[in-house]
Write a protein that binds this ligand. Structure first.
Ligand code: IMP
Length: 177
């Protein structure tokens, strides 16, 4: 089906299952090359990245670890900016090659606020893999290292991404009309 309805909005097909899977394979191939002889730790940010993280992870041939975390942001008592805390990050990152896995980087705010926290743990390297990047919308300085698709600043659902809780199960990615 090329047009779908989620809640009150209508969406058109934007990226087919084949297109997504092909690109995920390409990203994994690049990571396999870049991390040859290393053992990267993937930190997948829930909820949206679960499908991308699973498909990407299956395509890896290098030894790799993965963990899943949730980010919660709140207004700091003293600072005016948002503070981001992570739930579920048990691994010690010291000396590790860390790859953050995101579904989408939009304004970049979430990762921009969260990355310094990881940096404090002194990983050997810290990179970002995101399936989607709305680079036109990115206002916080952030340069993802592995990008599946650079997309226009329009709302999308599917393949893990939701609109108000729904749409995550779709195998394709749909763009709002
Ligand atoms: P950022 O902090 O503005 O980069 O926002 C990142 C988060 O916003 C993502 O992890 C998503 O959960 C959510 N988000 C941004 N754009 C979309 C979209 O088009 N569809 C679904 N979720 C989105």
């Amino acid at each position: 089906m090329s047009t779908i309805k989620v809640h009150d909005k209508t969406f058109d097909i934007y990226l087919s299952e084949e297109t997504i899977q092909q690109r995920v394979k390409e990203l994994a191939a690049q990571i396999n090359t870049d991390y040859a002889g290393k053992r990267p730790l993937f930190i997948a940010i829930l909820n949206g990245s679960f499908m991308f993280a699973a498909d990407l992870f299956k395509q890896l041939t290098v030894e790799a670890e993965i963990c899943f975390i949730k980010l919660a942001s709140y207004k700091g008592m003293k600072s005016s900016g948002n503070v981001v805390t992570s739930i579920g990050l048990e691994d010690d990152l010291f000396g590790k090659d860390v790859i953050i896995v995101e579904d989408i980087v939009d304004t970049g705010k979430t990762l921009h606020n969260f990355l310094p926290k990881l940096g404090h743990q002194q990983p050997r390297s810290l990179k970002i893999a995101t399936l989607l990047h709305k680079s036109e919308a990115t206002v916080f300085p952030l340069h993802p290292d592995y990008v599946g698709f650079d997309i226009p600043n329009k709302f999308v659902v599917g393949y893990g991404l939701d609109y108000d809780g729904l749409g995550r199960n779709l195998k394709e990615i749909y763009q709002v009309i």
